[in-house]
Design a protein around this ligand. Structure first.
Ligand code: TRP
Length: 429
Protein backbone atom coordinates (compact mmCIF):
# COMPACT_ATOMS: atom_id res chain seq x y z
CA UNK A 1 0.00 0.00 0.00
CA UNK A 2 1.20 3.51 -0.80
CA UNK A 3 2.34 5.71 2.05
CA UNK A 4 -0.52 7.94 3.06
CA UNK A 5 0.37 11.45 4.16
CA UNK A 6 -2.34 13.64 5.68
CA UNK A 7 -2.47 17.11 7.10
CA UNK A 8 -5.05 19.75 7.91
CA UNK A 9 -5.01 23.48 8.42
CA UNK A 10 -7.38 25.10 10.88
CA UNK A 11 -9.45 27.74 9.09
CA UNK A 12 -9.28 30.69 11.41
CA UNK A 13 -6.95 33.07 9.58
CA UNK A 14 -5.14 33.74 6.37
CA UNK A 15 -1.81 32.21 5.56
CA UNK A 16 1.55 33.89 5.79
CA UNK A 17 4.95 33.29 4.31
CA UNK A 18 5.98 31.10 7.26
CA UNK A 19 3.03 28.76 6.58
CA UNK A 20 4.04 28.62 2.94
CA UNK A 21 7.69 27.82 3.55
CA UNK A 22 7.08 25.55 6.54
CA UNK A 23 3.96 23.63 5.55
CA UNK A 24 2.48 24.26 2.13
CA UNK A 25 5.56 24.23 -0.07
CA UNK A 26 7.01 21.00 1.38
CA UNK A 27 3.58 19.35 1.38
CA UNK A 28 2.96 20.20 -2.28
CA UNK A 29 6.45 18.97 -3.20
CA UNK A 30 5.98 15.74 -1.23
CA UNK A 31 2.59 15.11 -2.86
CA UNK A 32 4.34 14.77 -6.21
CA UNK A 33 6.58 11.89 -5.08
CA UNK A 34 5.87 8.40 -6.39
CA UNK A 35 4.27 5.97 -3.94
CA UNK A 36 2.69 8.74 -1.87
CA UNK A 37 -1.04 9.34 -1.48
CA UNK A 38 -1.67 12.77 0.02
CA UNK A 39 -4.69 14.03 1.90
CA UNK A 40 -5.03 17.76 2.58
CA UNK A 41 -8.00 19.39 4.16
CA UNK A 42 -9.41 22.55 5.64
CA UNK A 43 -9.95 21.75 9.33
CA UNK A 44 -13.10 23.83 9.64
CA UNK A 45 -14.66 21.77 12.42
CA UNK A 46 -11.52 22.53 14.37
CA UNK A 47 -11.92 26.22 13.59
CA UNK A 48 -15.23 26.28 15.48
CA UNK A 49 -13.34 25.45 18.65
CA UNK A 50 -11.23 28.58 18.50
CA UNK A 51 -13.46 31.06 16.77
CA UNK A 52 -17.10 32.12 17.00
CA UNK A 53 -17.02 34.53 14.08
CA UNK A 54 -18.87 32.80 11.20
CA UNK A 55 -17.74 35.30 8.55
CA UNK A 56 -14.14 34.85 9.52
CA UNK A 57 -14.37 31.06 9.36
CA UNK A 58 -16.06 31.11 5.97
CA UNK A 59 -13.57 33.58 4.52
CA UNK A 60 -10.57 31.82 5.99
CA UNK A 61 -11.66 28.46 4.60
CA UNK A 62 -11.98 29.96 1.12
CA UNK A 63 -8.60 31.72 1.20
CA UNK A 64 -6.83 28.62 2.49
CA UNK A 65 -8.37 26.43 -0.19
CA UNK A 66 -7.37 28.94 -2.88
CA UNK A 67 -3.88 29.16 -1.41
CA UNK A 68 -3.24 25.41 -1.56
CA UNK A 69 -4.33 25.27 -5.16
CA UNK A 70 -2.42 28.40 -6.15
CA UNK A 71 0.68 26.91 -4.52
CA UNK A 72 0.53 24.05 -6.99
CA UNK A 73 -1.52 21.36 -5.29
CA UNK A 74 -2.98 19.09 -7.96
CA UNK A 75 -6.49 18.09 -6.81
CA UNK A 76 -6.54 15.27 -9.36
CA UNK A 77 -3.52 13.68 -7.78
CA UNK A 78 -4.22 14.28 -4.10
CA UNK A 79 -7.40 14.13 -2.02
CA UNK A 80 -8.28 17.71 -1.16
CA UNK A 81 -11.40 18.41 0.90
CA UNK A 82 -13.17 20.33 3.62
CA UNK A 83 -13.42 18.43 6.88
CA UNK A 84 -17.04 19.53 7.28
CA UNK A 85 -18.00 17.93 3.95
CA UNK A 86 -17.19 14.48 5.36
CA UNK A 87 -19.95 13.46 7.81
CA UNK A 88 -18.08 10.21 8.46
CA UNK A 89 -15.46 12.19 10.41
CA UNK A 90 -17.69 13.43 13.26
CA UNK A 91 -19.32 10.01 13.38
CA UNK A 92 -15.95 8.32 13.77
CA UNK A 93 -15.06 11.00 16.30
CA UNK A 94 -17.92 9.77 18.47
CA UNK A 95 -16.87 6.13 18.25
CA UNK A 96 -13.37 7.17 19.29
CA UNK A 97 -14.64 9.47 22.04
CA UNK A 98 -16.28 6.44 23.64
CA UNK A 99 -12.95 4.61 23.95
CA UNK A 100 -10.85 7.61 24.97
CA UNK A 101 -9.88 7.97 28.61
CA UNK A 102 -10.79 11.34 30.07
CA UNK A 103 -7.61 11.22 32.12
CA UNK A 104 -5.58 11.20 28.94
CA UNK A 105 -7.37 14.28 27.62
CA UNK A 106 -6.70 16.04 30.93
CA UNK A 107 -3.03 15.84 30.00
CA UNK A 108 -3.35 17.51 26.57
CA UNK A 109 -1.07 20.55 26.35
CA UNK A 110 -3.67 22.85 24.80
CA UNK A 111 -6.18 22.05 27.55
CA UNK A 112 -3.60 22.38 30.30
CA UNK A 113 -2.48 25.75 28.93
CA UNK A 114 -6.08 27.02 29.07
CA UNK A 115 -6.43 25.77 32.64
CA UNK A 116 -3.12 27.32 33.69
CA UNK A 117 -4.05 30.67 32.15
CA UNK A 118 -7.42 30.71 33.92
CA UNK A 119 -5.88 29.69 37.23
CA UNK A 120 -3.23 32.39 36.92
CA UNK A 121 -6.00 34.93 36.30
CA UNK A 122 -7.78 33.80 39.47
CA UNK A 123 -10.64 32.16 37.56
CA UNK A 124 -12.20 28.70 37.67
CA UNK A 125 -9.76 26.24 36.03
CA UNK A 126 -12.23 25.35 33.27
CA UNK A 127 -13.56 28.89 32.84
CA UNK A 128 -12.65 29.12 29.15
CA UNK A 129 -12.77 25.47 28.22
CA UNK A 130 -15.52 24.24 25.91
CA UNK A 131 -16.09 20.54 25.37
CA UNK A 132 -14.81 21.17 21.84
CA UNK A 133 -11.46 22.36 23.16
CA UNK A 134 -11.30 19.52 25.64
CA UNK A 135 -12.04 16.90 22.97
CA UNK A 136 -9.93 18.54 20.28
CA UNK A 137 -7.41 15.66 20.14
CA UNK A 138 -10.17 13.10 19.53
CA UNK A 139 -11.46 15.01 16.51
CA UNK A 140 -7.92 15.18 15.22
CA UNK A 141 -7.57 11.43 15.74
CA UNK A 142 -10.74 10.93 13.69
CA UNK A 143 -9.29 13.08 10.86
CA UNK A 144 -6.20 10.91 10.74
CA UNK A 145 -7.66 7.46 11.37
CA UNK A 146 -10.54 7.95 8.95
CA UNK A 147 -8.01 7.69 6.12
CA UNK A 148 -5.48 5.47 7.85
CA UNK A 149 -2.66 7.93 7.31
CA UNK A 150 0.87 6.68 7.93
CA UNK A 151 2.55 10.07 8.16
CA UNK A 152 1.21 13.34 9.53
CA UNK A 153 3.34 16.45 8.91
CA UNK A 154 2.69 18.87 11.77
CA UNK A 155 4.30 21.57 13.88
CA UNK A 156 6.00 20.61 17.13
CA UNK A 157 3.00 21.71 19.18
CA UNK A 158 0.89 19.01 17.52
CA UNK A 159 3.13 16.01 18.19
CA UNK A 160 1.31 15.11 21.40
CA UNK A 161 -1.94 14.89 19.44
CA UNK A 162 -0.44 12.30 17.13
CA UNK A 163 0.73 10.28 20.12
CA UNK A 164 -2.79 10.41 21.51
CA UNK A 165 -4.11 9.31 18.11
CA UNK A 166 -1.90 6.23 18.27
CA UNK A 167 -3.17 5.38 21.75
CA UNK A 168 -6.78 5.81 20.73
CA UNK A 169 -6.24 3.71 17.59
CA UNK A 170 -4.56 0.96 19.57
CA UNK A 171 -7.34 0.89 22.08
CA UNK A 172 -10.03 0.70 19.42
CA UNK A 173 -8.14 -2.03 17.53
CA UNK A 174 -7.78 -3.98 20.73
CA UNK A 175 -11.36 -3.62 21.94
CA UNK A 176 -13.16 -4.16 18.67
CA UNK A 177 -10.67 -5.50 16.16
CA UNK A 178 -11.14 -9.16 17.18
CA UNK A 179 -7.73 -9.84 15.76
CA UNK A 180 -7.96 -7.27 12.94
CA UNK A 181 -6.23 -3.95 12.90
CA UNK A 182 -8.79 -1.42 11.72
CA UNK A 183 -6.38 1.45 12.12
CA UNK A 184 -2.83 2.10 11.07
CA UNK A 185 -0.76 3.77 13.83
CA UNK A 186 0.29 7.15 12.40
CA UNK A 187 3.59 8.91 12.88
CA UNK A 188 4.19 12.63 13.24
CA UNK A 189 6.62 14.18 10.81
CA UNK A 190 8.07 17.39 12.20
CA UNK A 191 9.85 19.33 9.52
CA UNK A 192 12.77 21.21 11.03
CA UNK A 193 12.10 23.99 8.52
CA UNK A 194 8.65 24.43 9.97
CA UNK A 195 10.11 26.16 12.99
CA UNK A 196 12.68 28.13 11.12
CA UNK A 197 11.24 31.06 9.23
CA UNK A 198 11.65 34.15 11.39
CA UNK A 199 9.17 37.00 11.34
CA UNK A 200 9.76 40.74 10.98
CA UNK A 201 11.20 40.98 14.50
CA UNK A 202 13.38 37.85 14.31
CA UNK A 203 11.10 35.70 16.46
CA UNK A 204 9.31 32.77 14.82
CA UNK A 205 6.85 34.09 12.22
CA UNK A 206 3.46 33.86 13.86
CA UNK A 207 0.13 35.65 13.86
CA UNK A 208 0.27 35.83 17.62
CA UNK A 209 3.47 37.92 17.48
CA UNK A 210 2.04 40.20 14.79
CA UNK A 211 5.28 39.80 12.84
CA UNK A 212 4.09 38.05 9.67
CA UNK A 213 4.65 38.62 5.99
CA UNK A 214 1.33 37.87 4.27
CA UNK A 215 1.44 35.31 1.51
CA UNK A 216 -1.18 36.52 -1.00
CA UNK A 217 -3.43 38.76 1.04
CA UNK A 218 -2.98 42.41 0.06
CA UNK A 219 -1.04 41.60 -3.09
CA UNK A 220 2.48 42.72 -4.03
CA UNK A 221 2.11 45.95 -2.08
CA UNK A 222 1.48 44.17 1.22
CA UNK A 223 4.59 42.08 0.64
CA UNK A 224 6.67 45.19 0.01
CA UNK A 225 5.26 46.95 3.09
CA UNK A 226 5.94 43.98 5.34
CA UNK A 227 9.51 43.52 4.11
CA UNK A 228 10.14 47.22 4.73
CA UNK A 229 9.33 46.56 8.40
CA UNK A 230 11.89 43.74 8.86
CA UNK A 231 14.16 44.71 11.73
CA UNK A 232 17.86 45.01 10.83
CA UNK A 233 20.82 46.59 12.59
CA UNK A 234 21.63 50.26 12.10
CA UNK A 235 24.66 49.91 9.84
CA UNK A 236 24.69 52.54 7.14
CA UNK A 237 24.92 52.03 3.38
CA UNK A 238 28.55 51.20 2.50
CA UNK A 239 29.33 49.77 5.94
CA UNK A 240 30.11 46.03 5.96
CA UNK A 241 27.26 43.99 7.44
CA UNK A 242 27.22 40.60 9.16
CA UNK A 243 24.53 38.56 7.38
CA UNK A 244 24.34 35.64 9.83
CA UNK A 245 21.58 35.95 12.39
CA UNK A 246 19.65 38.54 10.39
CA UNK A 247 15.96 37.69 9.89
CA UNK A 248 16.15 39.33 6.46
CA UNK A 249 18.86 36.90 5.37
CA UNK A 250 17.07 33.86 6.77
CA UNK A 251 13.93 34.77 4.89
CA UNK A 252 16.03 35.30 1.76
CA UNK A 253 17.56 31.84 2.22
CA UNK A 254 14.13 30.23 2.22
CA UNK A 255 13.70 31.17 -1.44
CA UNK A 256 17.28 31.29 -2.73
CA UNK A 257 19.57 28.84 -4.50
CA UNK A 258 22.94 28.18 -2.84
CA UNK A 259 24.57 30.56 -5.38
CA UNK A 260 22.09 33.32 -4.60
CA UNK A 261 22.65 32.84 -0.88
CA UNK A 262 26.42 33.19 -1.26
CA UNK A 263 26.11 36.25 -3.50
CA UNK A 264 23.68 37.96 -1.11
CA UNK A 265 26.01 37.43 1.83
CA UNK A 266 29.01 38.71 -0.11
CA UNK A 267 27.10 41.84 -1.13
CA UNK A 268 26.10 42.59 2.50
CA UNK A 269 29.64 42.06 3.74
CA UNK A 270 30.68 44.43 0.95
CA UNK A 271 28.41 47.19 2.25
CA UNK A 272 25.06 46.68 0.44
CA UNK A 273 22.49 49.04 2.01
CA UNK A 274 19.66 47.40 4.00
CA UNK A 275 17.15 49.24 1.82
CA UNK A 276 18.69 47.71 -1.30
CA UNK A 277 18.80 44.31 0.35
CA UNK A 278 15.08 44.58 1.09
CA UNK A 279 14.33 45.37 -2.54
CA UNK A 280 16.29 42.29 -3.59
CA UNK A 281 14.35 40.21 -1.07
CA UNK A 282 11.02 41.46 -2.39
CA UNK A 283 12.11 40.67 -5.96
CA UNK A 284 13.21 37.18 -4.98
CA UNK A 285 10.03 36.31 -3.08
CA UNK A 286 7.94 37.77 -5.87
CA UNK A 287 9.69 35.67 -8.49
CA UNK A 288 8.34 32.62 -6.61
CA UNK A 289 4.93 33.67 -5.44
CA UNK A 290 4.02 36.33 -8.02
CA UNK A 291 2.75 33.78 -10.55
CA UNK A 292 0.84 31.97 -7.78
CA UNK A 293 -0.76 35.22 -6.71
CA UNK A 294 -2.44 35.53 -10.09
CA UNK A 295 -3.93 32.05 -9.78
CA UNK A 296 -5.00 32.86 -6.22
CA UNK A 297 -6.81 36.00 -7.36
CA UNK A 298 -8.58 34.03 -10.09
CA UNK A 299 -9.77 31.34 -7.65
CA UNK A 300 -10.94 33.96 -5.17
CA UNK A 301 -12.88 35.67 -7.95
CA UNK A 302 -14.54 32.38 -8.95
CA UNK A 303 -15.87 30.68 -5.85
CA UNK A 304 -17.87 28.26 -8.03
CA UNK A 305 -14.63 26.80 -9.41
CA UNK A 306 -13.25 26.38 -5.94
CA UNK A 307 -16.51 24.85 -4.73
CA UNK A 308 -16.56 22.34 -7.60
CA UNK A 309 -13.01 21.24 -6.84
CA UNK A 310 -13.87 20.72 -3.17
CA UNK A 311 -17.06 18.84 -3.93
CA UNK A 312 -15.09 16.47 -6.14
CA UNK A 313 -12.53 16.11 -3.35
CA UNK A 314 -15.24 15.33 -0.82
CA UNK A 315 -16.66 12.61 -3.08
CA UNK A 316 -13.21 11.06 -3.39
CA UNK A 317 -12.64 11.20 0.36
CA UNK A 318 -16.05 9.78 1.22
CA UNK A 319 -15.56 6.87 -1.16
CA UNK A 320 -12.78 5.80 1.23
CA UNK A 321 -14.36 6.90 4.49
CA UNK A 322 -17.83 5.41 4.10
CA UNK A 323 -16.84 1.73 3.71
CA UNK A 324 -14.42 1.90 6.62
CA UNK A 325 -17.04 3.54 8.82
CA UNK A 326 -19.49 0.75 7.92
CA UNK A 327 -17.02 -1.81 9.22
CA UNK A 328 -16.41 0.19 12.38
CA UNK A 329 -20.11 0.56 13.08
CA UNK A 330 -20.58 -3.18 12.72
CA UNK A 331 -17.56 -3.83 14.93
CA UNK A 332 -18.95 -1.80 17.84
CA UNK A 333 -22.41 -3.36 17.49
CA UNK A 334 -24.30 -0.78 15.42
CA UNK A 335 -25.74 -3.33 13.03
CA UNK A 336 -28.95 -3.82 11.08
CA UNK A 337 -31.17 -6.27 12.96
CA UNK A 338 -31.10 -8.45 9.93
CA UNK A 339 -27.31 -8.82 9.99
CA UNK A 340 -26.67 -12.54 9.88
CA UNK A 341 -25.84 -14.50 13.03
CA UNK A 342 -24.92 -11.56 15.19
CA UNK A 343 -24.90 -13.83 18.24
CA UNK A 344 -22.45 -16.25 16.62
CA UNK A 345 -20.29 -13.31 15.60
CA UNK A 346 -20.22 -12.10 19.19
CA UNK A 347 -19.09 -15.52 20.31
CA UNK A 348 -16.33 -15.56 17.72
CA UNK A 349 -15.15 -12.20 19.02
CA UNK A 350 -15.01 -13.56 22.55
CA UNK A 351 -13.03 -16.55 21.41
CA UNK A 352 -10.54 -14.24 19.72
CA UNK A 353 -9.29 -12.88 23.07
CA UNK A 354 -6.50 -14.43 25.10
CA UNK A 355 -7.78 -16.53 28.03
CA UNK A 356 -6.63 -18.01 31.31
CA UNK A 357 -7.79 -21.58 31.86
CA UNK A 358 -7.85 -23.07 35.37
CA UNK A 359 -8.15 -26.82 35.75
CA UNK A 360 -7.41 -29.84 37.95
CA UNK A 361 -5.23 -32.69 36.75
CA UNK A 362 -5.47 -36.39 37.47
CA UNK A 363 -2.77 -35.85 40.12
CA UNK A 364 -5.38 -33.93 42.11
CA UNK A 365 -3.44 -30.66 41.86
CA UNK A 366 -4.57 -27.35 40.46
CA UNK A 367 -3.07 -25.57 37.46
CA UNK A 368 -3.68 -22.65 35.16
CA UNK A 369 -2.45 -21.72 31.73
CA UNK A 370 -2.64 -18.67 29.48
CA UNK A 371 -3.67 -19.16 25.87
CA UNK A 372 -3.31 -16.56 23.11
CA UNK A 373 -6.26 -15.34 21.03
CA UNK A 374 -5.26 -17.97 18.49
CA UNK A 375 -5.19 -20.76 21.11
CA UNK A 376 -1.41 -21.01 21.41
CA UNK A 377 -0.01 -21.90 24.86
CA UNK A 378 1.80 -18.87 26.36
CA UNK A 379 2.17 -19.60 30.08
CA UNK A 380 1.94 -22.84 32.06
CA UNK A 381 1.68 -22.69 35.84
CA UNK A 382 3.29 -25.02 38.33
CA UNK A 383 1.06 -27.33 40.39
CA UNK A 384 -0.89 -25.82 43.31
CA UNK A 385 -2.27 -27.77 46.26
CA UNK A 386 -5.16 -25.33 46.54
CA UNK A 387 -7.34 -24.15 43.69
CA UNK A 388 -7.61 -20.80 45.45
CA UNK A 389 -3.87 -20.17 45.09
CA UNK A 390 -4.01 -20.74 41.36
CA UNK A 391 -6.96 -18.36 41.19
CA UNK A 392 -5.10 -15.66 43.07
CA UNK A 393 -2.19 -15.84 40.67
CA UNK A 394 -4.51 -15.57 37.70
CA UNK A 395 -6.15 -12.50 39.24
CA UNK A 396 -2.78 -10.88 39.90
CA UNK A 397 -1.49 -11.53 36.38
CA UNK A 398 -4.66 -10.04 34.95
CA UNK A 399 -4.36 -7.02 37.18
CA UNK A 400 -0.63 -6.32 36.96
CA UNK A 401 0.20 -7.85 33.60
CA UNK A 402 3.82 -8.51 32.64
CA UNK A 403 5.01 -6.71 35.79
CA UNK A 404 3.93 -9.71 37.87
CA UNK A 405 5.70 -12.26 35.65
CA UNK A 406 9.05 -12.26 37.42
CA UNK A 407 7.47 -13.55 40.64
CA UNK A 408 4.77 -15.74 39.19
CA UNK A 409 5.27 -19.52 39.46
CA UNK A 410 4.87 -20.05 35.72
CA UNK A 411 6.80 -21.47 32.83
CA UNK A 412 7.03 -19.23 29.74
CA UNK A 413 6.06 -21.16 26.66
CA UNK A 414 6.29 -18.39 24.06
CA UNK A 415 8.32 -15.27 23.45
CA UNK A 416 8.18 -12.33 25.81
CA UNK A 417 6.40 -10.00 23.37
CA UNK A 418 3.52 -12.39 22.74
CA UNK A 419 3.09 -12.99 26.47
CA UNK A 420 3.15 -9.29 27.35
CA UNK A 421 0.68 -8.43 24.59
CA UNK A 422 -1.73 -11.10 25.78
CA UNK A 423 -1.46 -9.96 29.40
CA UNK A 424 -1.99 -6.33 28.38
CA UNK A 425 -5.34 -7.36 26.90
CA UNK A 426 -6.71 -8.03 30.39
CA UNK A 427 -5.71 -4.77 31.86
CA UNK A 428 -8.04 -2.45 30.10
CA UNK A 429 -11.05 -4.71 30.46
N1 TRP B 1 -4.68 20.79 14.83
C1 TRP B 1 -3.94 21.14 13.64
C2 TRP B 1 -3.32 22.55 13.84
O1 TRP B 1 -3.89 23.34 14.54
C3 TRP B 1 -4.82 21.12 12.42
C4 TRP B 1 -5.34 19.76 12.21
C5 TRP B 1 -6.62 19.33 12.43
C6 TRP B 1 -4.61 18.64 11.76
N2 TRP B 1 -6.73 18.01 12.12
C7 TRP B 1 -5.51 17.55 11.73
C8 TRP B 1 -3.28 18.47 11.37
C9 TRP B 1 -5.10 16.28 11.33
C10 TRP B 1 -2.87 17.19 11.00
C11 TRP B 1 -3.78 16.11 10.97
O2 TRP B 1 -2.30 22.79 13.26
Amino acid sequence: MAQRVLTGITTTGTLHLGNYVGAIRPAVAASKAAGVESFFFMADFHALIKCDDPARIAHSSRTIAATWLAAGLDPERVTFYRQSDIPEIPELCWLLTCVTAKGQMNRAHAYKAAVDAATAAGEEPDAHVSMGLFSYPVLMAADILMFNAHKVPVGKDQVQHIEMTRDIAQRFNHLFGAGREFFVLPEAVVDAEMELLPGLDGRKMSKSYDNVIPLFEGGAQALKDAVARIVTDSRLPGEPKEPEGQALVQIYDAFATPEQRAAFRAALRGGLAWGEAKQQLVALIDSHIGPMRARYAELMAHPEQLEAILQAGAAKARALAAPLLQQLRAAVGLRPYTAAASHTAAKAEKAAQPVFKQYREADGKFYFKLLSAGGELLLQSQAFEQGRDAGQWVARLKREGAAALAEAPVQREADEAAISAALAAFQDD
